[in-house]
Design a protein around this ligand. Structure first.
Ligand code: 0RA
Length: 648
């Protein structure tokens, strides 16, 4: 090729690259899911994923994440450093290719476990495209190299800025406020939870996080921060995850190995609860829709335990068959596999499709469990006894569940008497308020817009489903009312416990409780029920929390509501002189008009949408309900409810 042609070729390619970057900015959701809170945090995960890739290849053991005062984020690793030499095809530094070419992906070698689906693995260039400023610093070959970018465009060619014998990559980026219009404020908790999870999933790697926006004089750095390091991987993860539950057997059943070229790591424990908690990962991504690795796990577990139980003779007295579900009551398990070319399917692209993985996991689990049962006959007996109890309870539950199903199928005629329905027929436009207590329910009923708002009063404290057996849950009056009012049914052909949302009667389900300790307790009990029994409803973004005001500040004819002490003081100040302050201890103290104005009217209210941003952590926190401490629950609600004024 002539020099001229090369030049033309180069500029043609760089135009293409530019178009790629422009496309990311035009359609960011295609690359990072959304441009809300989730997408914002996704930028950090994307960069850290690359560092983790280095760690998985054995090139890196330390990663740090710093949230800077201005909400920019700096990540650093001690990996090989992004190559800076000339990229022959592009005619520019490899670093610039990695940072500015969509789909360059980063790695040029094929032997790493990269993620080709899901939301991760789209490449650092996507982060660059969505940042108003990004600075990449590479420590490599005895030198420090640097390049900066503005909205994905290089500001100057890669240059050497000094000498260093360190190795690694440092990236500082500032999310572009013209893309992330809702917020660019990072949540320390969200990032810390993910870093903790990553450290358990990649044992031996030290991952630290520091928040320079929050001072902590007791810590060495002077800022809020944590250092995560796991030597035992999933074995430690499961202990952390299940720390709020009571163990049925003392040991963690654990294995790590490779089967048919698939690295598999599994940890499981049995506890005294009635819930099943399976968490599965592929290449560090939480596959919450499951897939072949999860079905492999289930098959291995059921097959091995059934064989053992049959041989033990303990099942002989049982008058009915033991089913798959029965082996998983009170089971918490984590399955992590690494797949070279993962195929992700499902609605949220978090379901593993690779057929070969199923057998690999199932065989691994069979071997691990067979050994364990042989070596620990006492534990084996306890597990089989639990399975028998679960089978008996299921038998009882089936009847209760059929009752719920029959009621739901009866449609209009079968709606709960306490429900004040709305007149609108299109579920997408309808809302239902679950209100604590009959008196507040009455106020809400008067205050609402009956065209699209329905009210379902709930009596006092609803059942703590974390502590109750399934048949008790389905027999509970309030819970039956929730099922019938919402119009959801349980059980599909594939899965007896799956929720069927096709007939969901309201697309917004709003929990409305008093703004006090009792109210927040009830709120959490309802959320626990939704999380354990109607997860799909939460994942579909249908569950919200209403936020009633705490104060009414009055002066003459002037009156304003306040949602915090600071807001109250500010309003009082702006009113000049003596003001009257009324504290609302509960919804019952508001009249219908006030409730509408502050809490129910879509024009002025703030609804907090409930999102599950980390399933494992959410599970751990909900299991805290087993204990009776209130403070951790409150904290949980505050941290996990994403503020979103969904009506604007
Ligand atoms: C391309 C090629 C190589 C490493 C990387 C990219 C790399 C990217 C990131 C992003 C954050 N940290 C990173 N560390 C490495 C391979 C390098 C080689 O073969 O020497």
């Amino acid at each position: 090729m002539s020099e001229e042609a090369k030049k033309q070729n180069y500029s043609a390619d760089s135009i293409q690259a530019l178009e790629g970057m422009e496309h990311v900015r035009m359609r960011p959701s295609m690359y990072i899911g959304d441009v809300g809170v989730r997408g914002l945090h996704h930028l950090v995960y994307e960069v850290v994923d690359n560092s983790i890739d280095e760690a998985m290849g054995g090139h890196c053991d330390t990663i740090s994440v710093v949230i800077n005062e201005d909400n920019s984020v700096t990540t650093r690793d001690n990996g090989r450093g992004i190559p800076v030499d000339l990229h022959k095809k592009e005619g520019i530094s490899a670093l610039e290719v990695v940072m500015t070419k969509i789909g360059a992906g980063g790695k040029f070698d094929k032997d790493s476990y990269k993620v080709s689906g899901g939301l991760h693995g789209v490449g650092v260039s996507v982060v660059n495209a969505l940042s108003s400023l990004l600075k990449a610093t590479v420590f490599r070959d005895g030198k420090i190299w640097e390049q900066e970018y503005e909205r994905g465009k290089a500001l100057y060619p890669v240059k050497s800025v000094g000498d260093s014998d360190e190795r690694g990559t440092e990236v500082t980026f500032m999310p572009d406020t013209s893309i992330f219009t809702q917020t660019i404020e990072y949540s320390y908790e969200t990032l810390a939870n993910r870093m903790r999870e990553l450290s358990y999933l990649n044992k031996g790697v030290t991952i630290s996080i520091m928040d320079k926006r929050q001072k902590d004089m007791d810590s060495e750095s002077g800022y809020v921060g944590e250092v995560f390091h796991s030597t035992e991987g999933l074995k430690e993860f499961i202990t952390f995850l299940d720390s709020n539950r009571e163990r049925l057997i003392r040991n963690v059943i654990y294995m790590e190995g490779e089967k048919n070229g698939v690295p598999v790591e599994v940890a499981m424990v049995y506890n005294t609860s009635y819930t099943e908690n399976l968490h599965s990962y592929v290449n560090n991504i939480n596959t919450h829709e499951g897939g072949t690795h999860l079905s492999g796990f289930r098959r291995g577990l059921t097959g091995t335990l059934k064989k053992y139980a049959d041989a033990s003779g303990m099942l002989e007295k049982l008058k009915f068959d033991v089913q798959g579900d029965d082996f998983r009551e009170g089971l918490t398990a984590i399955i992590s596999v690494k797949v070279a070319e993962p195929q992700f399917e499902g609605q949220t692209k978090t379901k593993l499709g690779n057929r070969e993985v199923s057998a690999a996991v199932s065989q691994s689990v069979s071997e691990m469990l067979t050994n364990y049962l042989e070596e620990n006959p006492d534990d084996a007996k306890i597990i089989v006894q639990k399975v028998i109890l679960a089978a008996q309870a299921r038998h009882a539950a089936t009847k209760a569940r059929e009752m719920v199903q029959r009621k739901t199928v009866m449609s209009i005629g079968g709606l709960p008497g306490k429900l004040s329905d709305c007149s609108e027929q299109d579920p997408a436009l309808c809302e239902v308020f679950l209100v604590e207590g009959d008196s507040a329910g009455g106020t809400a009923k008067q205050g609402r817009d009956r065209n699209f708002q329905a009210i379902l009063p709930l009596r006092g404290k609803i059942l703590n489903v974390e502590k109750a057996m399934q048949h008790k849950v389905f027999a509970n009056e309030e819970i039956k009312n929730i099922y019938t009012a919402l119009g959801v049914t349980i059980g599909t052909e594939e899965d007896s416990k799956a929720l069927n949302l096709e007939k969901l009667r309201y697309h917004k389900v709003v929990i409305m409780c008093d703004a006090d300790v009792d109210g927040s307790h009830i709120e959490t009990l309802i959320l626990t029920f939704f999380f354990r029994y109607m997860r799909e409803l939460v994942e579909g973004g249908h569950v919200y929390i209403a936020t009633p005001p705490l104060y009414l500040v009055k002066k003459g004819a002037k009156k304003r509501y306040a949602w915090s002490d600071e807001e109250r003081d500010e309003i009082a100040k702006s009113f000049n002189g003596s003001v009257g302050i009324q504290r609302y201890k509960g919804l019952g103290e508001m009249n219908a008009e006030q409730l509408w104005d502050t809490t129910m009217n879509p024009e002025f209210r703030t609804l907090r949408q409930i999102v599950i941003d980390n399933a494992a952590e959410t599970d751990r926190v909900f299991s805290m309900l087993m204990g009776d401490e209130v403070p951790p629950r409150r904290e949980f609600i505050e941290k996990n409810a994403v503020y979103a004024n969904i009506d604007t």
